[in-house]
Design a protein around this ligand. Structure first.
Ligand code: CU
Length: 146
């Protein structure tokens, strides 16, 4: 009987350690936070998703996914001079197209697995879309910074 109990405790410990490890592995960078929402394992402690933290202005290159005919995340705020990278995960080709401070900017057709990047030096709000799927839109807000 004691042996069985010990086994059960060890199993529970292993599960606890495994889920702790999984949480650490899923941590990733600051832009990966949203992926935790879909985690299959329930967190041990209740997590308040309505954070009161101020919105982040990225100061390092930001990598966005294009997946499921959407830019993800759709809206990003970056400091002036920061590079934004789009990476197409879809089978369908997509573009990133917008009006830049010096005229129209277009990534050209990006096939699956292809990336394209742009540096945003001028503060402002850049609304972009996909030429092939005009319903696909996103916004890069470039912050003048401090
Ligand atoms: Cu598209």
């Amino acid at each position: 009987m004691i042996g069985w109990r010990r086994g059960a405790v060890a199993a529970a410990l292993a599960v606890a350690l495994a889920s702790a490890g999984a949480l650490v592995l899923r941590g990733g960078g600051p832009s990966n936070g949203d992926h935790l929402a879909g985690a299959a394992t329930a967190p041990v402690m209740p997590v308040d998703r309505k954070s009161s933290c101020p919105a982040t202005t990225a100061v390092e290159p930001v990598v966005l996914d294009i997946a499921g005919f959407a830019y993800c995340p759709g809206n990003v705020t970056v400091a002036a001079g920061v590079e934004v990278v789009w990476r197409n995960a879809d089978l369908a080709p997509h573009t990133v197209t917008y009006d830049g401070p010096e005229g129209p900017v277009d990534s050209g057709s990006m096939v699956q697995g292809q990336s394209w990047s742009a540096r945003f030096d001028e503060p402002g709000t850049y609304r972009y879309y996909c030429r092939f799927h005009p319903g696909m839109t996103g916004t890069v807000l470039v912050d003048a910074g401090r």
